[in-house]
Design a protein around this ligand. Structure first.
Ligand SMILES: N[C@@H](CCC(=O)N[C@@H](CS)C(=O)NCC(=O)O)C(=O)O
Length: 305
């Protein structure tokens, strides 16, 4: 019993990154289905305002952002490593690459191709999320450019796989594979019509098939109410604050993503590592939660005591 709860939705590409990680490590986990657009009344009380997906919950510990979730899975659970070559740097670099440039090109290719089929409520929600127009006609015009960018990303992967390795770090799959994989999964699931124009017989096609075969580990389904009850009945794991963050320790701080979905979360800083920060939050009807964020891509500031 791992206690892993993933707040997700089936079509979420960043959740697919995590689902493949569960598969690599052979983990059992419970999926809580969350809405694709706001409001998210069963998620926001747990995070304190963070609305993005996925969010991992283990007891009263809430982990925001897939990059942090991957690290936490490796820290907590044995079994096959998410870093099969022995260290995390390569996988983190692949995440930085694929979560930004490749993801943006994938979004344009998908929503530009879907065009008028995109639900106006989704468009409105994503405009609020990004603070920018989600301009489908402009995306439509950019599809050829986006596809050319995706082909160039695929060429990088093909070069890396050219020595015949089965996965990005060698014989065994890792987080790097999950990170490189999920954008293609996103594109092919939403727009199967694009498969032929993107996939060539260059090794990436076979690698994609191998990653698909990994699967998602042992998935169970949980209701949001069950997940909230688990949080209510649990205590957060102990944390410590780095000496470098001593001035913020025990203070009220505000943490927010810097790219999109920048809704701030306020709480008391009770933990920090070189890659993460942890806030304690007291939530009516739930009790004490520890909400964890990565440092990369997040702003942390004093909120006044
Ligand atoms: N950096 C974040 C990005 C997560 C992200 O953009 N998730 C998408 C879904 S795959 C999202 O939250 N979209 C808005 C929403 O679902 O409310 C991560 O790695 O978890």
């Amino acid at each position: 019993m791992t206690g892993i709860i993933l707040h997700e939705y089936g079509s979420s590409p960043f959740s697919e990154k995590m689902r493949i990680c569960f598969g690599i490590k052979g983990l059992a986990w419970s999926a809580v289905d969350q809405p694709v657009i706001m409001p998210k009344p069963d998620l926001v009380p747990l995070t304190g305002g963070y609305r993005r997906i996925p969010v991992m919950q283990i007891g009263a510990d809430i982990y925001c952002d897939s990059a942090l979730i991957g690290r936490e899975l490796e820290r907590r659970f044995g079994g096959p490593s998410l870093y099969p070559a022995g260290s995390s740097g390569f996988a983190s670099a692949v995440e930085q690459w694929c979560d930004k440039g490749l993801f943006q090109a994938a979004v344009i290719a998908i929503f530009g191709t879907l065009g008028d089929q995109v639900d106006p409520a989704f468009v409105k929600d994503r405009e609020a999320l990004s603070g920018q127009p989600f301009n489908i006609p402009a995306m439509k015009a950019m599809v050829p450019f986006a596809l050319s960018q995706i082909r160039a990303h695929i060429a990088l992967l093909a070069d890396h796989l050219a020595d015949g390795r089965r996965f990005l770090e060698g014989d065994a799959p890792g987080l790097a594979d999950a990170a490189a994989y999920y954008n293609f999964w996103f594109i092919f699931n939403f727009c199967p019509v694009l498969v032929d124009s993107l996939m060539e017989n260059d090794g990436v096609d076979d690698w994609y098939g191998r990653v698909t075969e990994i699967g998602h580990g042992a998935r169970a389904v949980m209701t949001p109410a069950e997940a909230i009850a688990i949080a209510r009945d649990a205590e957060p794991a102990p944390t410590t604050v780095l000496p470098a963050d001593a001035e913020l320790a025990g203070r009220r701080v505000r943490v927010a993503a810097t790219d999109y979905g920048c809704d701030p979360v306020e709480g008391i800083l009770i933990g920090s590592t070189r890659s993460s920060v942890t806030l304690r939050r007291e939530v009516d009807g739930i009790g004490t939660l520890a909400v964890h964020f990565p440092r990369l891509g997040f702003r942390i500031e004093r909120a006044g005591d």
